[in-house]
Design a protein around this ligand. Structure first.
Ligand code: NAP
Length: 655
């Protein structure tokens, strides 16, 4: 498709043309024109035109408007019936490349149910019947008009947009089969057939395997198959003798499987004319060496016969992943990522940096290497099939980032709003690890991050700019890469204030903040900005005093508190958090006060339970979390996600 060609979207109502047009425009920067909107601008609502002048008149107007469109290299989103007029098909084909977005009857019905803004297309009362009738009549017309047909069932607008642009992640998902018996291996292979791009049969996991059984297993593969008889010193199980191994590899060779994985140190040779691709592999279970050493190893690996090389070290720091990204950027025909919890991001970003394969376990029990990502997580949470070189990278920087729930909030939002991005845990230690990570974050042009314990203050001197609120609070929980600079923000205070304002105004209210840690700083700042009368009480009185002095708030000792003096109570301490769920910092509240706890595990803390029993209005901790995440999305992408949607994502998270 030439740059000057328009992308033209046709298809029945409810096939997602408008959402796909919007995403296409965001991804490519092309201008979008909706034919229906252009008609309505000039002639008023379509329903009115049809009501007063009939469908025939409307179709004439449609053709005239289509002819008059002046757009080059843009996106044209057409009404569902555009193909009813033969002249329109010729005009469309002159104006650009025509994509027909298809959907099944039931999908269209589900998407259109309850929509009343379009006139009926037939006189029949039954909606489903109308769709069926019109759709079957139009199928040949759509087929004639379209250069390409795209199935939209079950796909996100982004995925569809990528199909329109002909972009597909090159990286394949390989499911390893690590079973002990012939029958269980065949069962696992059959299930992998449905989900994998490639399947790896780990022959060394099979016990008492002979060549006949191997042939049976190979015969049940319907996807390209890699045969691996891993040597014990390279992570193999040790089930095979060298003789066994040689015989089994020979069988695989004769069966003409697609790939055979041979350790680069292995002396096994296979007949060159088999057409089977050889993967030369090397695993390092201790560490990820420095770049010079890695390059030397790769050079040695390339000196052996083979079609692909597979280099898999172990990440001892998040920063090890970036060595692999550099290697991937500089090499073709390579499989590379890091093992271990700290290598998580390299397995997902294998799609961005161009590893030939990433591995995913069908179930946690079927992991074939430490840190392997689950298939469901890779495909559904991280949308791996949409990840490519242009995917923007976001994540959470924290010492325990792997436990953070934010990936379950931000990834679904990216998917829903068509943002071509992924959100990952950046497990980072304090000190040098953090400094180096921020350097890598810049070098590899990551787009943004959440920041959590213990880096909210430490990250500040590593950034180029801090916005006024984050500077006043003294902590950054959000980073955005803006025109080559890293800018720090704080959205914790926004989250807390939004959650409170759903239940109470704040100006002039007497608010007691319990705790004087990082979260309390942001909340006290927010409350003061809203002109509340703030009092701080904390276990370590000196810290409360310091915070009070900094923000002009009053201070009281916890054991001298008179709860009757306050209208609003906020627990910002970690007291009452799982597993110590019986603890609470206060045990009575005046009736009808507003009580918020920012701890969200459990949601109803002891603190809130008592408050509710005292007849107070309570605010649970996830509200602040969600509102602050909404503010982060606004900073990163300019999109304000729907609260209800994010709340639903939060409650779907399994502990
Ligand atoms: P932090 O900086 O470590 O502060 C912890 C605070 O809790 C300090 O004031 C500390 O008092 C107090 N504390 C800890 N154990 C205590 C105990 N046994 N008795 C009395 N006070 C105790 O932590 P933070 O970042 O402020 O986070 C605090 C809590 O808020 C955590 O549970 C975190 O998960 C939650 N949080 C929630 C959100 C949200 O969006 N909902 C956002 C941020 C944080 P001392 O000064 O005496 O040590």
């Amino acid at each position: 498709m030439k740059k000057s060609d328009n992308i033209i979207l046709i298809g029945y109502r409810g096939t997602g043309k408008s959402s796909v047009a919007e995403v296409l425009s965001r991804v490519t920067g092309r201008k979008t024109l909706s034919l229906d909107t252009e008609i309505e601008k000039k002639y008023g609502p379509i329903a009115e035109i049809v009501k007063t002048s009939g469908w025939e008149k409307f179709r004439k107007i449609e053709t005239e408007t289509l002819k008059s469109l002046r757009i080059k290299g843009g996106i044209i989103d057409c009404g569902g019936g555009i193909i009813e007029t033969p002249e329109n098909i010729q005009i469309l084909n002159k104006k650009g490349k025509v994509f027909w977005l298809k959907a099944s009857l039931s999908t269209i019905h589900k998407r259109l149910e309850g929509k009343t803004d379009r006139p009926a297309l037939t006189n029949r009362g039954d909606f489903l019947q109308e769709i069926e009738e019109v759709l079957s009549r139009r199928i040949s017309l759509y087929t004639n008009a379209a250069d390409t047909a795209i199935d939209t069932d079950g796909k996100s607008p982004l995925k569809i947009a990528y199909e329109v642009l002909g972009i597909r992640s090159q990286t394949k998902i390989c499911i390893p089969v690590v079973e002990k018996t012939e029958s269980s291996a065949i069962a696992a292979l059959k299930s992998a057939n449905l989900q994998a791009d490639i399947i790896e049969l780990r022959v060394d996991y099979l016990e008492n395997i002979d060549t006949h059984a191997l042939e049976n297993i190979i015969d049940s593969a319907e996807k390209p198959l890699i045969i691996t008889c891993r040597l014990q010193n390279q992570g193999g199980t040790g089930n095979l003798t060298e003789k066994n191994r040689q015989d089994l590899l020979k069988t695989a060779n004769q069966k003409r499987v697609d790939f055979i994985d041979l350790e680069f140190t292995s002396t096994t040779t296979l007949s060159a004319d088999s057409g089977i691709k050889i993967i030369r592999s090397h695993h390092s279970f201790e560490n990820t060496p420095n770049l010079v050493d890695i390059k030397n190893i790769l050079c040695a690996m390339r000196s052996k016969s083979g079609d692909l090389i597979k280099y898999i070290p172990t990440a001892n720091s998040i920063n090890d992943n970036f060595k692999i990204f550099q290697i991937l950027e500089e090499n073709k025909n390579i499989i590379a990522f890091c093992m271990g919890t700290k290598g998580h991001i390299s397995r997902v970003l294998a799609g961005k940096y161009g590893s030939f394969i990433t591995f995913a376990a069908q179930t946690p029990e079927q992991q074939s290497a430490p840190g392997q990502v689950g298939l469901d997580e890779l495909v559904h949470l991280y949308q791996f099939h949409d990840i490519d070189f242009s995917t923007k990278v976001y994540g959470i920087i924290g010492q325990y980032a792997e436990d953070s729930k934010s990936k379950y909030l931000h990834n679904p939002v990216f998917k829903k709003y068509g943002t071509h991005a992924v959100f990952l845990p950046f497990k980072t230690e304090p000190g040098e690890d953090l400094e180096q990570f921020i350097q890598n974050f810049r070098k590899f042009r990551f787009s943004g991050a959440s920041v959590t314990i213990p880096h909210k203050e430490a990250v500040m001197p590593l950034l180029d700019q801090i916005d006024d609120q984050a500077r006043a609070i003294g902590a950054v929980n959000t980073i955005k890469a803006e025109k080559g600079k890293l800018v720090g923000y704080n959205t914790d205070y926004i989250g807390a204030i939004k959650a409170l304002q759903e239940k109470t105004s704040l100006a002039g209210k007497r608010v007691l903040v319990l705790g004087a840690g990082g979260a309390a700083r942001a909340i006290v700042y927010g409350l003061k900005s809203e002109l509340a009368e703030v009092t701080i009480a904390n276990r370590t009185f000196a810290k409360a005093q310091q915070l009070g002095d900094e923000f002009g708030a009053m201070v009281q000792e916890i054991n001298r508190l008179d709860v009757g003096e306050f209208d609003v109570f906020i627990n910002t301490t970690s007291l009452g958090m799982y597993p110590e769920t019986d603890s609470t910092i206060l045990s009575s509240f005046p009736q009808q006060s507003v009580v918020m706890d920012i701890v969200y595990k459990p949601l109803k803390t002891k603190f809130l339970e008592i408050a509710q029993n005292c007849g107070c209005e309570i605010i649970t901790g996830e509200k602040m979390l969600i509102w602050q995440a909404i503010a982060q999305q606004r900073i990163w992408t300019g999109i304000e996600p729907d609260y209800e949607f994010m709340s639903q994502c939060f409650f779907e998270i399994e502990d």
